[in-house]
Ligand binder design. Structure first.
Ligand code: BTN
Length: 248
């Protein structure tokens, strides 16, 4: 059971912890809370009715069988210079999941966490701006822990950790790892990101202006860009979604 006191006691840094039963989306609640709370915030919910992912997709968030949470980090930057953040968060999640479950964890560029070729965890980083300055980063993480009945559209590509774990312990471990890595130089974690990548060497498809491009993923560069070879030409992708066919 999610427990505000237990979770707070496991978090190393000074973070205000809010625990809810069901919310629309912890990212939305975090956005509201950071209007009246300075400093770092952690919002955790037992379930979400409108969990969201990247590219306008929804994130299936049934009550009780996953971990759905958002962290708010105050920042001050006129530009979106947080390119490394998504990679840092992916490394933080993969370290924590490995430590708590001992599962073999992989990262699908840019920041999905995979177990045995299926997605078990998604990450959505958003920002809040005031007068053209980014003032908060909102890092949302959803992990399927014991979910089994996935909707048809994701049932062949989604999985769960499938371990009995205390969600307070996993949430705290992830939060502590994120706090440690989020503002570090990518040099400090990019090798680990690269080692955990499950796309290097694979045929991928990326989309540009709604056009599908087939290419081969060859490397992750020092800033977390995906280096691909497309018809003999080397290109670095810095954002967007890729699709990869993993053997099932
Ligand atoms: C993705 O798979 O594209 C990202 C999924 C992110 C889901 C998490 S669950 C907690 C937080 N609240 C949301 O609405 N989304 C994120």
């Amino acid at each position: 059971m999610l427990d505000q006191e237990k979770l707070s006691s496991l978090i190393k840094d000074s973070v205000s912890v809010f625990v809810y039963d069901t919310v629309t989306s912890t990212n939305d609640v975090a956005k509201e809370l950071c209007k009246t709370n300075d400093g770092c915030i952690l919002v955790v919910a037992d379930g979400q009715t409108n969990g969201r992912g990247r590219q306008g997709k929804s994130f299936f968030s049934p009550k009780g069988s996953g971990l759905y949470f958002s962290m708010v980090f105050p920042v001050s930057s006129p530009t979106a210079e947080f390119a490394g953040v998504t990679c840092a968060v992916a490394v933080a999640c993969s370290r924590a999941i490995k430590k708590i479950t001992d599962l073999d964890v992989k990262i699908k560029w840019v920041n999905d966490i995979y177990i045995e070729n299926r997605k078990a965890c998604g990450i959505l980083v958003q920002s809040v701006s005031e007068n053209g300055v980014i003032t908060k980063l909102i890092v949302g993480i959803g992990i399927n822990i014991s979910t089994v009945d996935f909707p048809d559209e994701i049932k062949d590509i989604a999985t769960s950790l499938g371990k009995r774990i205390d969600r307070n312990i996993l949430a705290a471990e992830i939060a502590n790892n994120i706090s440690e890595l989020i503002f570090k130089n990518p040099d400090d974690y990019i090798d680990e990101y690269r080692e955990k990548s499950n796309v290097i060497g694979k045929e991928i498809t990326y989309f540009q202006n709604n056009i599908a491009h087939k290419a081969q993923a060859v490397d992750i560069d020092k800033n977390g860009g995906l280096v691909v070879n497309e018809n003999g030409k080397t290109i670095t992708l810095t954002s967007g979604e890729i699709t990869v066919r993993f053997p099932l």
